[in-house]
Ligand binder design. Structure first.
Ligand code: IVH
Length: 684
């Protein structure tokens, strides 16, 4: 077929040209041709490939365009786990890090560090086999992530095929997917125009865009990528330093941070931090700090890892962000136990990476102490993922009645006398900072919260029954108490908003399944004040049968380990209410049951007498699961590290507790070591 020679040549030219433009546009931020011209070349190549499918190569730029929607993401085990970094906030912590590194390396001379921005995006691992991009996954729990290969293929700045030479047969490239600030603004403008949800910040937008089941949506979002390391296959490279590794990644075609440098000692680290801090606002993408890595790879190996983080690297984070805004109102919110929290409604302000419109004022005393009033200009802080709070008012900016028609000063905040949700009286116990609505389950806010708690995984574990659904069920008057859940029919549920027949079926099945439970879960699910999971377990263990618990008086209750007068009073108050007893009876009549007498699984008491501290996020275990396992093995979980602590179980983002453990020489375990301890005990 002689005519295909010309086509093959043309396709190769087009591919090369398109990739060149991609490179200019996505890596150097300098488009070389107008968009329309680019599209023309692109469509010509697509047409050629459609006409002659044999011309299609796996690395063709046309393969970056989205494919048909996926059902769900398959999970993918990383060749080498994706670890986390310890954080530093203060110069002293950076100096301590440098000190530890020098001690670890027995080095008197200043250590060379490779330094780079800490991208505020989403960690990704890309697998290249024989130089071709074959798969990519999110970090997930560090060991296993979600495979999002078709979506990653749509990132024009990712090489589908490595340039140059020298790559191992298989290599995992590690880096961060992010959305540039400008792209984020444009994306949100488009979302707004279409009436779609706007994203809170570029990071969320990047994560949301990458985790799309329809990769055509990902393709329409201009995501970027920066490489910062390697996983599996890295050991086959014959490079000496992290700096060389970054150069190699750039040579293979990966975008790497332009701001990367090599500096010496802690002085060099702190100077770099200051320099990037200055540049931060001008950078085209969001960063949340800088990362310091020991430059020499052999030194990195020598230093190794502690728990889930390397000893050779640390993230130096920027301080929590604060911003100024104006209070437009002060409302109160009702929590699960009726706690009333005053909340400042704010003029929207971008702080700590998100737009904040509400900030907590904690309680009445706090509002008084800070004297926050409507109209005040306030400092709002949002540190990490915590709820934004009003730090203080700016007194100079307080509006006051003046001769020139200024805003009148609003009166001080007064706690309402009745609950905004149910009109019940709001009361405050003696010596209590928190005021509460006395409406109990009569109050819709408390009812909703109680139902969500009842259905929670650690309680009755009704899968699929979350906040939104609970809101609907309560608002529609379908559910007043947990007992009503067991009378819900498929027809009733299918009639609800956004509830298909299949989900209604699943929910009914989940409700049915929840009937088989344990006494401990059942007690916990009732949401009795001061009765957490561990107390519920103690009660179940002690009484064995619900009726014995119901019959117990305050004195008898206090025979249970860890039950003092406060918990006993809460239990007595709860069980003293006839409507609570009725609900319990209705639940039992509906078929909720548990094996009587053997309420908690008895395991070998391998951790009897041991105190453990949990810190950070473990790769697979939730904190409460780990806690339950320790307690089931007879151990105690404490919130702080001391000389008496036997073990610290540390996960990702472990902070000061881990530092303290290292300082005191308390053994630190990662999840695997912890699980081993649980199965084998401490005697080895
Ligand atoms: S190096 C062994 N370098 O920060 C850990 N991480 O808190 C290797 N991150 O999960 C990480 N920019 O997602 C490294 N220049 C950078 C980074 C960076 C952002 C993220 C990464 C990691 C998290 C750790």
């Amino acid at each position: 077929m002689p005519e295909l020679v010309a086509e093959t040549q043309r396709a190769a030219i087009l591919r090369a040209e398109i990739e060149r433009h991609n490179e200019a546009y996505y890596r150097h931020d300098a488009p070389t041709i107008p968009d329309a011209e680019y599209d023309k070349l692109f469509r010509e190549l697509q047409a050629l490939e459609v006409l002659h499918p044999t011309l299609l190569t796996p690395d063709s730029p046309t393969q970056r365009v989205g494919a048909a929607p996926l059902k769900a993401f398959p999970s993918r085990r990383h060749g080498v786990p994706m670890l986390s970094l310890n954080n530093a906030f203060e110069p002293a912590e950076v100096e301590a890090f440098d000190q530890r590194v020098r001690e670890g390396l027995e080095s008197i001379a200043a250590v060379d560090y490779a330094v780079e921005p800490k991208f505020d995006g989403l960690a990704i691992s890309l697998t290249y086999e024989h130089g071709f991009f074959t798969s990519g996954a999110t970090r997930g729990d560090g060991a296993t992530g979600e495979e999002v290969t078709p979506n990653l293929r749509t990132l024009r700045c990712l090489p589908l095929r490595l340039s140059g030479a020298g790559w191992p047969e298989l290599i995992e490239i590690r880096g961060e997917v992010l959305l540039f600030k400008q792209a984020f603004v444009e994306l949100n403008a488009r979302q707004r125009e279409r009436g779609d949800k706007e994203f809170a910040n570029p990071r969320n937008a990047a994560a949301g865009s990458l985790r799309q089941l329809d990769s055509r949506i990902t393709a329409s979002r201009p995501l970027s990528f920066f490489a910062y390391g390697v996983g599996a296959g890295g050991d086959q490279l014959t490079l000496k330093t992290h700096g060389e590794l970054m150069d190699q990644l750039a040579a293979w075609g990966f975008p790497v941070a332009e701001e990367r440098r090599i500096v010496q000692g802690s002085k060099g680290l702190l100077a770099y931090f200051a320099e990037i801090g200055e540049k931060r606002a001008k950078l085209p993408y969001d960063i949340d700090g800088v990362v310091y890595k020991v430059n020499r790879l052999a030194a990195q190996t020598q230093l190794g890892f502690v728990s889930r983080a390397p000893r050779f690297a640390i993230a130096h984070k920027f301080p929590a962000e604060e911003a100024l805004t104006v209070v437009v109102g002060i409302d109160v919110q009702v929590g699960r136990t009726g706690a009333i929290t005053p909340v400042a409604r704010l003029q929207p302000v971008f702080v700590g990476g998100v737009t904040v419109t509400n900030a907590t004022l904690h309680n009445e005393d706090e509002v008084r102490r800070k004297d926050v009033r409507v109209g005040d200009t306030v400092i709002v802080r949002r540190a990490g993922d915590v709820i934004p709070e009003v730090v203080a008012i700016v007194p100079e900016k307080r509006p006051s009645r003046d001769l020139f028609g200024g805003e009148p000063l609003h009166p001080p905040f007064i706690m309402p006398k009745t609950c905004p949700e149910c009109d019940s009286v709001i009361a405050k116990g003696v010596d209590e900072a928190i005021a509460r609505c006395t409406g109990g389950l009569f109050c819709p806010a408390q009812r909703k919260a109680a139902l969500t708690h009842f259905a929670a995984r650690r309680a009755m574990d009704i899968e699929g029954l979350g906040d939104k659904l609970v809101d609907q069920l309560v608002d529609a008057g379908l559910v007043h108490s947990p007992a009503d859940l067991y009378g819900l029919s498929m027809e009733t549920l299918a009639g609800l908003d956004r509830m298909g027949e299949k989900s209604a079926q699943n929910l009914v099945a989940a409700i049915e399944k929840s009937k088989q439970t344990t006494l401990a879960r059942f007690i916990f699910s009732l949401g009795i004040r001061n009765v957490g999971e561990s107390t519920a377990r103690d009660l179940a263990k002690h009484f064995g049968q619900l009726d014995c618990l119901l019959a117990a008086d305050s004195e008898t209750l206090q025979l249970v380990a860890d039950v003092g007068p406060v918990v006993a009073a809460s239990l007595a108050a709860f069980f003293g209410e006839s409507h609570n007893r009725q609900i319990i009876e209705r639940l039992r009549t509906a078929g909720v049951n548990w094996p009587e007498g053997v309420s908690v699984e008895a395991g070998p008491k391998l951790l009897a007498g041991k105190t453990l501290v949990l810190t950070g996020t473990l790769p697979t275990l939730k904190r409460d699961e780990a806690k339950a396992m320790i307690e089931a093995a007879g151990g105690k979980v404490s919130g702080s590290v001391s000389k008496k602590t036997d073990f610290v179980v540390a996960g990702e983002e472990a902070g000061s507790k881990l530092e303290k453990a290292l300082e005191l020489g308390v053994p630190v375990l990662d999840e695997i070591e912890f699980l081993k301890l649980l199965s084998e005990g401490t005697e080895q």
